[in-house]
Every structure is written in C-alpha cells, then in structure tokens.
Design a protein around this ligand. Structure first.
Ligand code: FPP
Length: 241
C-alpha cells in the first residue's frame, strides 16, 4: 500500500510581514520590546497553524536591512529574541517536521547568531512538513545586488557567458533559490506597503493587508484570509479562457 507521505501536497507559499509590534506595545503603555516578545509568541502560534492548515511554505520577515536604524537597545533586544527563539524552539521544530532556512545578508550579523542559524538549518534539513524561511537582515534590493555580484563574478571568471543570464538563472542566484515564489503575502497592522520584502519573488503574488497588529494575529484570521485567497483568480499576466 502506498504511504500517505508519497502524496505530494499542493504547494502553498505564504509570506508574512509581521508588522505592528511597537504599536501593540504603545497602546498598552509597554516597552516596544514587550511587543516583540509577544510577536515571537505569535510566530510559534502561526507556525503551528500553518502546519495544521497544510501550508507548505511559510516565509517570515523578522528583521530588515533597514531595521539597524532603530535604537541600539531595540536591535540588541530583537537579536536576543531571535537567539532565544532558535534555542527554545529547535526541538519542537524538528519533531514537527519543520525545515528551517534563513535568508538575508549574514555579513552584519553576530557570530553567535550565525552559529545558531547554521545549527538549526542543519538539524532540520531532512524535514518536509513545512518549509519555514526566516528573513533576517533581509532586504530585496540588497539580495538582488548580491545576486548580481555573484553572477558578475562567474562571468569575469569565464564560467558563464552574458547570454546565459536569464530569469531562471538570476532566480537561482537569489537567497530564495530553493523556494517557490510566494502565492500570498500577508502584512499585518494595516500598513499598505511592501517594504523591500521579496520584490523579485512577489511579481505575481497576491496581497492581503490585515488590520490587526502582529501580536493580535491568530489562526482564525489566518484561516479566513486563506479561504478568501482561494477564491481569487490568478492570471499571472495571461488572459483567462
Ligand atoms: C515590526 O513591528 C516587527 C519587527 C521589526 C520585528 C519582527 C520580530 C518579531 C515578530 C519577533 C520574533 C521573531 C522571530 C522570528 C522569533 P514594528 O516594530 O515595526 O511595529 P510598529 O510599526 O508598530 O512600530
């Protein structure tokens, strides 16, 4: 008898801009970091919900290349939260079949955080229930510039010809080379911006701008968004028959 594992699930890639932690904290007269801590809690909840709802790929915008402009204490606090999350969740992620990857520019990250990222990627590399990608020190423009440099280097060394450069090979040089393009992007907190999040990959993605701040985002809202998304007609630039 064929095992259920052999049935290939339909790919569903949801990307999320987790916005509104600061406002959530402000509204409660709490420090911004308390909002981020509550936000980390929501990450656990949303990973669980994604597993339950058979989302195959979940990509979360955790820290942007522009977030270094925040106060030193907020940046240090956020890095501490990321480390805490990686340490405390590693076992649970492994047991639940979650494969974790990180995208973004590692050059400015602390060695101690890179070590935890490498360990978590290695620990979970054989998993296939959910592909969780965490964008850490990620910026779409930075990613495109880094990909361009990688390709230029190969041209310079004579490994490839300029005519070999096309959309597919460019995509294969981005941090997301192993991932399908996002089907749906959800941004919380009511802001109507894309903020340099996967600009190349989201050329044909659907968007939902959700009113709730990230710490209030939950499975019920997520499920409603997915139900509405499934009613959308996606044309990818073509004309419907
Ligand atoms: C945006 O809210 C949120 C961030 C810059 C950080 C996102 C981080 C988390 C959700 C914490 C933990 C994440 C992981 C992966 C463990 P904001 O601070 O810009 O909110 P505001 O616009 O209301 O000020």
């Amino acid at each position: 008898m064929k095992q259920e594992k052999n049935i290939i699930p339909e790919i569903l890639h949801v990307a999320m801009v987790m916005d509104g932690n600061g406002r959530w904290a402000n509204e409660r007269a709490l420090a911004r970091l308390k909002g981020h801590a509550k936000g980390a809690d929501r990450v656990r909840h949303i990973v669980r919900a994604s597993l339950d709802m058979k989302v195959t790929h979940l990509t979360l915008f955790a820290f942007s290349t522009e977030n270094w402009k925040r106060s030193e204490s907020e940046v240090i606090g956020l890095m501490g939260l990321f480390k805490k999350f990686m340490k405390s969740e590693a076992k649970k992620l492994l047991i639940n079949g979650v494969k974790v990857r990180f995208i973004g520019n590692r050059s400015r990250l602390d060695k101690s955080i890179i070590k935890l990222m490498d360990e978590l990627e290695f620990l979970t590399k054989e998993n296939d229930n959910l592909n969780l990608t965490i964008a850490l020190n990620y910026g779409g423009r930075d990613e495109i510039v880094r990909a361009t440099k990688k390709i230029s280097e190969k041209v310079k060394l004579g490994l490839i010809d300029i005519d070999d450069i096309n959309i597919e090979m460019f995509s294969n040089n981005l941090d997301t080379f192993e991932l399908p393009d996002p089907d749906l992007v959800i941004r919380t907190s009511g802001e109507l911006r894309t903020s340099n999040f996967l600009p190349w990959q989201c050329a044909y993605s659907e968007y939902v701008f959700e009113k709730s701040n990230w710490p209030d985002f939950n499975k019920d809202i997520y499920e409603e968004i997915l139900i509405e998304f499934k009613t959308r007609e996606r044309r990818f630039g073509a004309i419907l028959k």
